[in-house]
Design a protein around this ligand. Structure first.
Ligand code: G6P
Length: 372
């Protein structure tokens, strides 16, 4: 087993470090000789994909957070409304889906029963289903109309890491594919975004190379009983995923919030010493998102929070309000979850390890939940 872990202390640690490769492999071989994007297995007529008027992403757990990121990217690039729903909620509430809906099922294992039942229900309503999956020949892709495989390699640790980054990557490819097919973007625009995507594995590697400071912070926080995570835009699903990782691995109470929602409730939780991670969007963004999040940090710090800030290289605006800053390389905002998630994974893994816990097999959890 030690050899399988490739010198790492756990599969989780190994899989966190596999992420540059997982993302690179998911991007590999996705264009034909004409430079057009291609999917793996497409049993849906392109004319159907041109006429869909809604996308519904269904998934559970970490895969559902990948779906949230997908929504921001696909709506922005393709101008198609995207809903994201937990598969078990979707299945039992009589959702409005029909032959003009593309349902996207995201699943690492391809065997999650809740997601499979939702896939079957969607197909019964006449929807086409596209699976984003990491396991060749598993049930969900077999029962879907199209498949886009993530090439993360086998994920052994129960809590998902490299599958998540690969699912997000696949979702970007799907968004670009639809934008190309439906004529929302010119070929050169798509090529530019693809180029930015192809630069991401190296940037993820840079985040890994800087991991020691986040590990140190995690070790110092071994006795923490509650951590909050705030994010906005694509930083919101990153915050949710950061909180989930900490619950799963370290059994610490953790919640993720949309930063803008803070003043509508969660700010009541802030008291002296409360640890809060804040995922700060790029200051180079189009709008005032960055300054809004900075003022959120100010608000919670003024109420005694200990702020752990994830910000882009060069962002000095955060310094006056951050107890600790973890910088990640610059990249387009929509792609930033591929970087901002990584310190949060490392934090959860290191904190759980410091507590003497088995990060590969957390209590009560299963890698693949094959019952409803
Ligand atoms: C389980 C795992 C999670 C995973 C979820 C969905 O609950 O513990 O890590 O995110 O299932 O799994 P899937 O294989 O469908 O992505």
């Amino acid at each position: 087993a030690a050899a399988e872990k490739g010198g790492f202390a756990s599969f989780m640690d190994k899989e966190i470090h596999d992420q540059p490769q997982a993302v690179a492999d998911t991007l590999l071989g996705r264009t034909d000789i004409a430079g057009r994007l291609v999917l793996d297995d497409l049993r849906i007529d392109e004319s159907v994909l041109r006429s869909i008027d809604k996308i519904v992403v269904i998934a559970c757990g970490t895969a559902a957070y990948a779906g949230h990121v997908a929504k921001y990217a696909i709506e922005h690039w393709c101008r198609i409304p995207v809903e994201v729903e937990l598969a078990h909620e979707f299945r039992y509430r009589d959702p409005v889906v029909n032959s003009r809906t593309l349902v996207v099922a995201i699943s690492q294992s391809g065997e999650t029963m809740d997601t499979l039942m939702a896939v079957r229900h969607a197909r019964e309503q006449g929807s086409k289903v596209l699976a984003i999956c990491n396991t060749h020949g598993s049930t969900i892709p077999r029962e879907s109309d199209a498949v886009l495989y993530t090439h993360a390699g086998p994920e052994i640790a129960v809590a998902s890491t490299k599958a998540f980054l690969s699912q997000i990557t696949a979702a970007y490819l799907l968004g670009l594919y639809l934008a190309q097919l439906r004529g929302n973007k010119f070929a050169d625009e798509i090529a530019e975004i693809l180029g930015q995507l192809r630069a991401m594995p190296d940037k993820i590697q840079q985040v890994l190379d800087r991991a020691e400071s986040i590990r140190q912070t995690a070790r110092e926080m071994v006795d923490t009983s509650s951590v909050l995570f705030l994010g906005r835009h694509v930083g919101f699903p990153v915050a949710l995923e950061g909180a989930l990782k900490l619950k799963e691995l370290a059994y610490i109470h953790a919640e993720g919030f949309a930063a803008g929602e803070l003043k509508h409730g969660p700010i009541a939780l802030i008291e002296e010493g409360q640890a809060v991670f804040v995922i700060v969007p790029s200051p180079r963004g189009r709008d005032s998102l960055h300054s809004k999040v900075i003022s959120n940090i100010q608000e919670i710090r003024a109420r005694g929070a200990r702020t752990l800030v994830i910000a882009e290289d060069g962002d000095t605006d955060v310094l006056p309000y951050a107890d600790v800053v973890f910088y990640v390389p610059q990249c387009p905002t929509l792609l930033s979850p591929l970087l901002a998630t990584v310190p949060l994974q490392i934090f959860a893994c290191e904190l759980a390890t410091s507590r003497g816990l088995d990060v590969d097999q957390p209590r009560n959890l299963a890698k693949s939940v094959t019952v409803e």
